[in-house]
Design a protein around this ligand. Structure first.
Ligand code: ATP
Ligand code: MG
Length: 317
């Protein structure tokens, strides 16, 4: 199956400040803010929705193509993704800028000061499914440059490519009419429970309007309460796979999407697709960052069997 993953590509720069930001903010001097924090640690992690999803799909034995934009600093990230089985031939480099970067400084009280630099991501709307030059069986429109998130669903509809619509954290940046266009005719809609409320407000659509507008399934993830899949008139509740430890939730949602897509690629029933998503997400929770975990497909299936028992998925692999 030819799977194309669209979405942001980003570096996450995570810093920790060994103090308390609030002690350094002088309320009487707030008219002119000039602060610098000396941090004692920084890590740079590979992130962004498209590579996060693609990395997990590659662990699950697929070879997805990433269609996205990155900057002049993408070299080592590309090598990492290729080494892990991701096809980066659909990544366009914008040499004048850097890859989108998320800078976040966290203090001892868990207060955060963050900055998101869009960089090359702002060029994602320049890419087109018409230029991909390959057949596409399934794609996902994940958080990205808002203009790209308008263009890709329209192109998919024109070309007859089934798409998962995943507006998620960009819902707040998009107009209701545009979101309605994305929902209408999507093969699958996937958002978390909070985002589903935002989506209903922004589009003015009710739950039943949304379910009627989406072709195959509406999927709502609910953090540690699991996920709900509405498909073909059924409501399927999928529980979580209990993690051995919770280290860092960054990237859980993306991993769930990868597991779901793996199930779709195998043509499995919805419940099994959700269960594969839930286990893929648990692996991410147990490790720092969205792409530091690893498993073989055999290990994944063994753990899946422990959690859910034998089924069509475990028999097929
Ligand atoms: N604490 C948890 N324990 C076990 N599984 C979890 C936990 N949190 C999330 N998951 C799994 O990950 C899935 C997606 O989680 P969630 O609904 O939090 O996504 P999200 O809000 O989109 O996350 P993200 O921060 O990545 O955007 C859940 O449906 C569940 O299967
Ligand atoms: Mg999310």
């Amino acid at each position: 199956m030819n799977i194309v993953i669209t979405g942001s590509i980003a570096f996450d720069y995570l810093m920790s400040f060994p103090g308390n930001f609030i002690e350094h903010v002088k309320p009487d001097k707030i008219g002119k803010l000039s602060l610098s924090f000396l941090v004692d640690s920084m890590t740079r992690q590979y992130g962004g929705c498209a590579p996060n999803i693609a990395f997990n799909l590659a662990l699950l034995g697929e070879r997805p193509v990433v269609m996205a934009t990155a900057g002049q600093d993408f070299g080592d990230y590309r090598a990492w993704l290729e080494a892990h089985g991701v096809d980066t031939s659909g990544v366009k480099i914008v040499p004048e800028v850097f890859t989108a970067s998320f800078f976040v400084n966290t203090d001892q009280q868990q207060n955060q000061i963050a900055t998101f630099y869009a960089g090359a991501m702002a060029h994602a709307h320049e890419l087109s499914f018409h230029d991909l030059g390959r057949p596409v069986d399934l794609t996902i429109v994940s958080p990205n440059d808002p203009a790209a998130m308008v263009k890709y669903p329209a192109e998919c509809k024109a070309l007859g490519i089934p798409y998962l619509y995943d507006p998620s954290q960009q819902i707040v940046r998009m107009h209701g009419a545009v979101l309605r266009e994305g929902v209408q005719g999507a093969d699958i809609l996937i958002v978390n429970d909070y985002e589903f409320e935002l989506l209903k407000d922004a589009t003015g659509m009710s739950e039943s309007d949304i379910r009627a507008a989406v072709t195959r399934a509406v999927i709502i993830t609910r953090g540690e309460a699991g996920s709900t899949l509405w498909a073909g008139g059924d409501e399927i509740a999928v529980p979580v796979v209990p993690p051995q430890q919770v280290l860092d939730p960054t990237g859980v949602g993306d991993a769930y999407r990868a597991g779901l897509i793996k199930g779709l690629a195998l043509g499995l029933p919805w419940r099994l697709c959700g269960q594969i998503g839930a286990l893929a997400a648990t692996y991410v929770l147990e490790t720092p960052g969205p792409q530091t975990h690893t498993y073989t497909l055999a290990e994944f299936v063994a753990r899946y069997k422990e959690a859910f028992g034998e089924d069509e998925f475990t028999n097929r692999i």
